[in-house]
Ligand binder design. Structure first.
Ligand code: C5P
Length: 413
């Protein structure tokens, strides 16, 4: 198979029960135009919006619907169904289907196949804007992203229900593009096989006394997504992370820590590594002394003065030349102003090979949010401006970029 050629690839398309299901007919047709094989599962609700007959006719294959159908199981068991594809696509991903995926439910064929699959999953959500914005859906999206699930859409605009807002399923063209981009990695599905990557993620907590600490708003989503994406490309991944609310990706060796000093020690202990990605928002300073007992309010003494001392710079230490320097050291620059100038300086100062700059000024909502807009600077003077992406997709893009370079970097360091 030629590198990036989608012909001969297979998609398992899980069609959920939403009005946007009709767009899947067009998606199937366009996938088949590219030589992509499509096998479809319809949820019970999906059959209210598209008929199994139209899906089967366009897919050129029978459709699967029932977990407990003897004929289905005899022809193609649900486990095999979930594994015999290169990519699983859920479109439309309804709020209910996403909740099931996030919760690991398996009470019908669609959710069972999604739980049983060992293949990458891409979802195209579609729902009413209030449902998309609901705290429960937000939680489910975060959890799915942390699990390495990719998202395409939803988009803003008029909804079939007459309301306006974000919730429309991405157009078939955009879903097709997202699928083809996934296949662009070519025949080598695990280009990072045999490589070890260390990833730092999340904030650090620096204690002031037994109950108080200095922290920051980092969610850990970006670092965790990078760890998941590197693992998906075959790397052995050690994820050293501070206190976060997101789940650790499956298959990754996890080292939870609290402070910068603990993070530095855990990173050193995980060397040697071929790749290091420092995505953690490490506190630059920590209280010079940690009070043994809770600091008390005192009417006459006023508020306590907390003297700070610098934390070890993990990225800088990793990038220093030496026998344990990873072949590729990648840092982040979260900036709120003059992003590119600060990023170039940081690349120089830290001595890393690549630096991913992102604007975290409050209006962007990226720090602690779910999306990121990256500008990648390399030590060789390359500059790449990436579009705004979900953090999961930033992870996938970075992991692929690393996979392209790892041979080039062989022996450097
Ligand atoms: O210096 P600044 O915190 O802006 O640099 C950001 C980059 O350096 C990130 O990649 C972060 O993970 C890393 N860093 C580190 N140890 C520190 C401070 C930052 O690894 N003490």
């Amino acid at each position: 198979m030629a590198n990036g050629d989608p012909a001969g690839r297979r998609v398992l398309l899980v069609i959920g029960g939403g009005i946007a299901a009709y767009k899947c007919l067009e998606l199937i047709r366009r996938l088949r135009d590219h030589g992509v094989g499509v096998r479809a599962i319809l949820t019970r609700a999906a059959t209210q919006f598209v008929t199994p007959l139209s899906v089967a006719s366009l897919a050129g294959d029978r459709v699967y619907q029932d977990l407990f159908s003897l004929t289905d199981e005899a022809e193609m068991g649900h486990i095999r169904l979930s594994r015999e594809a290169d990519l699983v696509v859920v479109a439309p991903a309804t709020a209910d289907l996403m909740a099931k995926m996030a919760g690991g439910h398996a009470d019908d064929l669609a959710s069972t196949a999604l739980l049983a699959t060992d293949k990458p999953v891409l979802v195209a959500p579609a729902m009413n804007p209030m449902m998309w914005g609901h705290a429960a859906t937000r939680r489910n999206v975060q959890r799915l992203q942390a699990d390495g699930v990719g998202f395409v859409g939803p988009e803003g605009g008029d909804m079939a229900c007459g309301e306006e807002g974000v919730g429309r399923m991405a157009e078939p063209h955009d879903i097709l593009e997202a699928i083809l981009a996934r296949f662009d990695g070519g025949a080598d599905e695990r280009p990072l096989d045999g490589r070890h990557a260390v990833v730092t993620s999340g904030p650090t907590h620096e204690p002031i006394d037994p109950v108080r600490f200095i922290a920051n708003r980092s969610s850990g989503r970006q670092g965790h997504a990078i760890a998941a994406a590197l693992h998906a490309l075959g790397a052995r991944v050690t994820l050293v992370h501070g206190p976060v609310g997101v789940a650790a990706p499956a298959g990754v060796d996890v080292r939870p820590v609290e402070t910068a000093a603990e993070m530095a020690a855990a990173v050193t202990a995980s060397l040697p590594a071929d790749i290091a990605v420092c995505a953690a928002a490490v506190a630059d300073w920590r209280p010079a002394a940690v009070a043994a007992a809770k600091l008390k309010k005192s009417a006459d003494a006023g508020p306590p003065l907390i003297a700070l001392t610098p934390n070890p710079d993990i990225l800088k230490a990793l990038a220093e030349p030496g026998p344990h320097r990873p072949a590729l050291v990648v840092g982040f620059a979260a900036e709120t102003d003059d992003v590119e100038r600060h990023a170039r300086n940081k690349l120089e100062r830290k001595g890393c090979d690549w630096l991913l700059a992102n604007d975290v000024s409050p209006p962007t909502g990226t720090f602690g949010g779910s999306r990121n807009r990256i500008v990648l600077f390399t030590r060789d003077g390359e500059v790449e401006r990436w579009p705004e992406l979900d953090k999961a997709d930033v992870g996938v893009r970075l992991a692929r970029r690393i996979a392209e370079h790892v041979d080039v970097l062989e022996g450097r360091g």
